[in-house]
Design a protein around this ligand. Structure first.
Ligand code: ZN
Length: 138
């Protein structure tokens, strides 16, 4: 199989938390920097908070509405790493490429995510139980 390098760097790592204020304090201490952005993503029912490091970002996510993915994740598995996000240049092409390779795409039509990105998720069933996010700058 001919492989082409398609994914760029790790854009961010998403961490599910149950108390965003408390988690912000922990990560501010840990990273020595404050979050540069906090955003309510209404469609997902989550509040996110972003920290920059030299070459990537940390996204803290807390569920706010009923039945959102983050609260359900925490109920099942507790707080912790929720997803790894890779930056891609063309999310539509990348979705098509991964679909052809047999990956299970959760949303085949990219949606608007936090931090001005078009995003889609790949089901953990096809990635050794890690939720993978693709994101493209808008
Ligand atoms: Zn993310």
């Amino acid at each position: 199989m001919k492989l082409l390098k398609k994914m760029d760097n790790i854009e961010h790592i998403g961490i599910a938390v149950s108390d965003l204020d408390e988690a912000n304090e922990v990560y501010t201490k840990l990273l020595g920097t404050k979050p540069y952005k906090q955003e309510h993503v209404k469609e997902e029912g989550v509040i996110t908070s972003f920290f920059k490091t030299d070459n990537t970002k940390i996204e803290l996510l807390q569920g706010v509405s009923e039945n959102n993915a983050i609260s359900n994740f925490i109920k099942k598995r507790g707080e912790g790493i929720h997803h790894i996000a890779f930056e891609v240049k063309n999310i539509i092409k990348e979705i098509a490429r991964l679909k052809k390779l047999g990956f299970k795409i959760i949303n085949e039509t990219p949606k608007k995510g936090a931090d001005n990105k078009l995003i889609c998720f790949i089901h953990p069933r096809s990635t050794k139980h890690v939720l993978i996010e693709l994101c493209q700058k808008i």
